[in-house]
Design a protein around this ligand. Structure first.
Ligand code: CMP
Length: 140
């Protein structure tokens, strides 16, 4: 098993619902460590840059508008196979398809207001972590 780092975003809908602690607990219960975290308000530019890979998708502008509605909590999670482990804990992107007991099944309302984001590959995890954190913030 490979020790990995991945990026987590607790999205504005979940922050508004006051379930930040409940979601972080899910990560810890699954054996992942929170090695860096901060709350911030994304600007339009931030959200457009972060989700640039989706810029040609029909939902892009709605996604950007949603992500700037309120603060998000961005974290770096670490652990064995952290990228896949995190995606398993989150569940499917669409909460209607998310397995029972996953974060999205329990906290998400729709494919847009889906509570959390997680890196989908090790390569993207590295880029996404660098997008939000400087080396001196990664203290593990
Ligand atoms: P996330 O993992 O943050 O990555 C991109 C986001 O786009 C995704 O979660 C969804 O919240 C959002 N999104 C909105 N509509 C769609 C859609 N039709 N298909 C995929 N993702 C969507």
């Amino acid at each position: 098993m490979a020790y990995e780092y991945t990026l987590s975003i607790i999205k504005p809908d979940a922050v508004k619902k006051n379930v930040v602690g409940a979601i972080l607990s899910r990560f810890e219960q699954a054996g992942l460590r929170v090695v860096a975290t901060k709350m911030l308000q994304l600007s339009t530019h931030d959200a457009e840059q972060f989700y640039a890979v989706h810029k040609d998708r029909a939902f892009f502008q709605d996604l950007v508008s949603f992500m700037i509605q309120g603060p998000v909590l961005v974290s770096v999670l670490a652990g064995d196979n952290a990228v896949l482990a995190h995606r398993d804990i989150m569940g499917a992107t669409n909460p209607k398809e998310a397995a029972k007991g996953t974060i999205r099944a329990d906290f998400a309302d729709s494919i847009e207001a889906n509570a959390v984001h997680g890196s989908d590959s090790l390569e993207n995890a590295k880029q996404e972590i660098q997008f939000f954190f400087s080396n001196r913030e990664l203290v593990e």
